[in-house]
Design a protein around this ligand. Sequence first.
Ligand code: PEP
Length: 257
Amino acid sequence: MTRKPIMAGNWKMNLNHVEATGMVQKLAWTLADKEYDGSKSECVVVPPFTDLRTVQTLIDGERMPFILGAQNVSEHDSGAHTGEISADMLAKLQVTYVVVGHSERRQFHGETDELINTKAKKVIAAGMTPIICVGEGLDIRKEGTHVEYTLNQVRGTLAGLTAEQVAGLVIAYEPVWAIGTGEVATPADAQEVCGAIRAEVAALYDQPTADAVRIQYGGSVKSGNVAQIMAQPDVDGALVGGASLQPEEFAAIVRFY
Ligand code: PEP
């Protein structure tokens, strides 16, 4: 089964409006120089909410081979939820992917597997694709229980989803100790957990679903380590933080092949 690699750049709460516009343009020029046309990997840009409209207009107007993503979504549909953004609002901005359960949201905003599961369902119901983040902290890694810990998050965040829904979504394995630290999991570490996630999806659903679901690795991915990580059989892409703010670096990640 061939799974198209998905390389997603999460800008987090960075870049002002002008910088965001410049970022997408530089990324487009750099990738055009590398003869990138989107056929061999997906390039997903994930700006803050306030830049979604502008970035989408640029992508569309200039026919850039990029796909738009959002960093979060509300678990509510509408109503008295000041400051929240619903799945329908994102869908109307032509967002395709929505990151749910990023470790920063779990750690600093109290997000649980149950909440992330609700958000993933809202994203799917609105016709978009969730990128569901899972992964262990340093304490769990040191205990050696990281595989079971992560699989537990997988079970919790996928609860109630059908095989067809799971086949279409993306799971991002991000060991928290490797995020923004420069500390990268070895390719073997990434494969160990990504392989276990795929086996768990097969056990929960069936082999065709496991073969179809895409699993990203995230945690200090750079141009210098992306090829080795992408060579792992169960790694289908990367969720990139810091390096996605450097257009040349991110372009090299997207054009890793
Ligand atoms: C992330 O925040 O999801 C991430 C992987 O960040 P970084 O690439 O900077 O480690």
